[in-house]
Ligand binder design. Sequence first.
Ligand code: T4K
Length: 404
Amino acid sequence: MPTRNRIDDFAYFTGAPLFNERLHVGRPNIGNRDGLMARINDILDSRWFTNNGRQVQEFERKLADYLGVKHCIAICNATIALEIVIRSLQLKGEVIVPSFTFVATPHSLQWQQIKPVFCDIDPSTHNIDPQHVESLINSLTTGILGVHVWGRPCPIEQLTDIARRHGLKLIFDAAHAFGCSYQGRMIGNFGDAEVFSFHATKFFNTFEGGAIATNNDDLAANIRLMKNFGFSGYDQVDFLGTNGKMTEVSAAMGLSSLESIDELMQAIRNNYQQYRRELAGIPGIHMVEYSEVDRCNHHYVVLEIDAETTGLDRDSLISLLHAENIFARRYFHPGCHRMEPYRSTDPDAGIALPHTERLTSRVLSLPTGTTVSRDDISAICKIIRLAVANGPELGDRMKRHPRQ
Ligand code: T4K
């Protein structure tokens, strides 16, 4: 693998990228491919493609076993899954949610005319700040929707206590946290319900997909009806439902991913640890760390860039990397409160979200997953090291020669 030795070599200036093909954040992982193909053939032969077929039933059973949770309901994606949980729990009025998340989280509330009230984060964990949550509770508040950002669990005990004291429902958006645990228990067991995303870009995917995990029998029964239009029997609809069903092919993908989950996790953990070793000691670059005690999927290789120390801000570093065909992402820039419709309804929301505002201008995610090789990671780390070593000069040159 060729590398860069001087800043004059950077593709930002030469136009010749180090990688011929784009290295993406979110390249899908594929589990047991032969097993998947066999299952797809079975699906085709059986002519049963959706509506709670054999693959979905097996997937749900195996997911519930893996998570150690009573109920796991496969859904077509996590956004619809969140909407179904929110509706099943009869939330209304206002729900407190972080702004530092993917926009699907607040959209799932707003879509149902519930106001997402944005809460700030703890800058050391990037997760929802319980003290700020409590200060936002008023007579209209019906719930808290926490997000396990990067798969690192929210302060679950504190949020559970707040929810109990104020009589609020507690949901976790666990889109990032499949395969992670909190104090020895798998994520999926906390709050009233937790929602996973199995989107193609997640470490474990079903092409598109998601799941709702809960230990509440009544809630699970309600969700099962709601994801199937409200049908309680043949020709019998009991209440307003939607179509949240997962297809058989998606469930087959999930089952084959589940068969390979330990190898997938190990490969991604190896990538993370290599990044850690090769980025160690670069002043002004802080890599998000994961618990050594609890399980985590290590799917997000996230850097915080301190531009005052590096002399190079996050966006300049992203531009350098993109020019090399390294498609780092700015998750979650600029923060949901700066996206529509929230920006228009509350243009000053950022005043109460100082940590979110700061973090959204400092973070970037690097490519990982089974398609990223050891050589790729080394090349990426060398570029970042060289860029930061020459930060002020590089930043200055980039300002003088902005790329089109
Ligand atoms: N809550 C949270 C906290 C979430 O992060 C998400 C989803 C949700 C809820 C909702 O879950 P779902 O309803 O999606 O199940 C992507 C994903 O579309 C989204 O699922 C994910 N979060 C979010 C963080 O990332 P974009 O707009 O960044 O996607 P896109 O098309 O730019 O793809 C990202 C990168 O992945 C690209 O660089 C290319 C690569 N990619 C993507 C796909 C789809 C591939 O290499 N192959 C592919 O098939 O949102």
